[in-house]
Structure formats: C-alpha cells, structure tokens
Design a protein around this ligand. Sequence first.
Ligand SMILES: NC(=O)c1ccc[n+]([C@@H]2O[C@H](COP(=O)([O-])OP(=O)(O)OC[C@H]3O[C@@H](n4cnc5c(N)ncnc54)[C@H](O)[C@@H]3O)[C@@H](O)[C@H]2O)c1
Ligand SMILES: O=P(O)(O)OC[C@H](O)CO
Length: 345
Amino acid sequence: MTMTQPLVLPDTGRRVAVLGAGSWGTTFAKILGDAGCSVAVWARRPELAREISQSRRNSDYLPGINLPRNVAASPRLPEVLEGAEHVYLSVPSQSLRENLRIVKELIPETATVVSLMKGVERGTLARMSEVILAELGIDSDRIAVVSGPNLALEIAKEQPTAAVVSSTSLATASDVALAASNRYFRCFVNTDVVGTEFGGVLKNLIAVAIGIVDGVGYGENTKASIITRGLVEMTDFAVAYGALPETMSGLAGLGDLIATCESPLSRNNTAGRLLGQGYDYHEVVAQMNQTAEGLASVAPVLELAAAKGVEMPIVMQVAEVLAGTLAPRDLAPHLTTDTTEPQGE
Ligand SMILES: NC(=O)c1ccc[n+]([C@@H]2O[C@H](COP(=O)([O-])OP(=O)(O)OC[C@H]3O[C@@H](n4cnc5c(N)ncnc54)[C@H](O)[C@@H]3O)[C@@H](O)[C@H]2O)c1
Ligand SMILES: O=P(O)(O)OC[C@H](O)CO
C-alpha cells in the first residue's frame, strides 16, 4: 500500500481551497496559484492528488500542463480546507449537494464559498448558489459565482481571457476577483448572480444544439441562426427569473455562448456532435469521460421555463433529440411556435 504524503504548501499568499480536481478545478487552481494564492486542491483519488503534488501535473485532464509550485493536492478534506479564506467548488453540479453535506463542518466559519459550476440541480431546479445557501445556511453575501468564456485547456495554456465574479455583495465579488485575476485571467464583478449563473447554464444547452447540427453536417447559416435565436431564449428565460438583460449580452452570456458553441474543446458541443452523428443519449454518456452539464440541465431548465411561461423552442428540440423523439437532422432554429415573432431581436 502506498501512503499519501501530507499536504505541503509554500506560504506564498492567502490560503484558498479548490474542491474537485477535474479540468476546471485544476485549471482554476493554476489561475489562483499564478495570482499568488497558496492553493490546496481536493482530489478524490489519492493517485491524482499525488501526481498534482509531486509532478505538478494532472495528466488525465490537462495533458502537457505544468502547475505552479504553490498548488498541492490531497484526498483528505480536513487538511485541504484548514485555514481556507475562499473555498472554490468544481464538482459536477448534480453531486454538489452530497459533497456539501460532507464538507459542511470543515469549511472555515468566515470563508467565502465560490461556485465554479454551470448546472441546475435536477428535482429541486436550484442554481448552484441556491444549493450552497440551502446546505451551508450561510449569509448570501459569503457566496460568489464565477462564469464566462472559460474553456479550461485554453486557460491552462495561459491564453488570455476574462470572467465575471458575481455575488450579492460587491465587496465579496471584488475580493474573489482580486484573488483570481492574473496576467492571463481577468475577473470583472457584478451583483447579478441570477444572470451570471443562468448564462453559464443556458449556453451549454445551445452548445449541445450547435453540436447536433454540426454532427448532422449543417453549415454556418444553421449555426449562426441557432446562436442568435439561442441568445434570445437565454435572455427571455434569465430575465423572467430576475436577471439583467445586459448580463446576457456580456461575458457570462454571449461571451460564453460564442466560446462554447465554437470550440471542439467544449464537452457540451462534443456531446451534441455525437448525438448529431446518430449515437443515442446512453451511447453519448458512455463515450464522455468528462462532465457535460448541459445533458442534465435540459429537463430542469424546461421545467423552470414552463413555470414562467417562457418559450424555449431550441432547448425543447434538444430535449426531444435526447429523448429520441426528434431526428437530429430535424433540429432547426426556424421551428419556433410563433413564426410571426420578430426574429433575432
Ligand atoms: N472544463 C471547463 O472548461 C469548465 C469551465 C468552466 C466551468 N466548468 C464547470 O465546472 C464544473 C466541473 O467541470 P469540470 O470540467 O472540472 O469536470 P470534469 O469532468 O473535468 O471533472 C469533474 C471532477 O469531479 C469529480 N467528481 C465526479 N463525480 C463526483 C462526485 N460525485 N463527487 C465529487 N467529485 C466528483 C471527478 O472525479 C473530477 O475530478 C462543471 O459544472 C462545469 O460546467 C467547466
Ligand atoms: O466544456 P464545456 O462545454 O463544459 O464548456 C466549458 C466552459 O463552460 C466554457 O466556458
């Protein structure tokens, strides 16, 4: 039996913790480390924790990327969370609640809790910040969310981009933005938590639609129509839930929509492409070895849309393709329920 080494971190700056050592958790740990923080990462698998701490690598998720020396990992939650000023959460959305129940007593009393996730919980229909609020029972001013055009591997290669940090407290958002901004990653702040979170959730669904038509072999007109009409659906939905329209035309809305729809690095886009190529839902899930949040968020988003009377024809068609009741080649942006509606507004 190989022993796991104790977590050793150079005391370079403020201590933060990242829970989840997949593509985004590890990339965000690098962002924080390169911004000067001392970063403890929770990796469920001891061998991954060892690779991160000893080789400064996470070769399964981020091949070829070197992590800074102020990032180390452990499978033991108490030593990861000890003294953390910020706790960044990057596990699959559907597993957040069960994970919070495990870590609740270990999170330092004054820590800010930050969601890096882009999903809605099935069953409760809760956004990730709402799950955090419900499970931890902390003041909403201690909760922040991060979202934007943030494809992990590009950022891990230090290609410059930006993100939005949102919290009901501007001071909390600014504090997180300061901790997470570095020479290749710039954080802007706002207090529109609803819009920032829903932007990240909804663009995943449109990216699945783009992947589907890509897999079918349709070209740029179809994709541009879906992106344009998709942004309308995203905005109608988010505004119905209290978001500011400008959030949807910013980094957390349009910005992330473009990045995710255009990139073969996107897992949602990839899952859609497999559907478009004729694989069914179960075959796609079996082929994906990373989290494609859009697949789980379709049903809760449609439930939320129905509750507010918001029409989402593209998301509805994605649900039908997933259910096997619509052929991928029949997914089309012109299949709105009301063709007299002004298009692209
Ligand atoms: N990868 C990106 O480019 C990116 C960018 C921005 C946001 N996000 C969001 O970050 C979140 C995490 O995505 P990711 O890309 O890191 O996914 P991933 O699939 O790369 O990694 C998920 C991690 O969670 C672990 N995990 C799986 N099931 C778990 C469970 N039940 N409990 C605890 N841990 C579990 C996995 O072992 C893995 O380490 C998602 O909500 C995603 O939408 C991802
Ligand atoms: O790989 P995806 O589809 O989960 O997208 C990753 C990020 O959310 C892009 O901003």
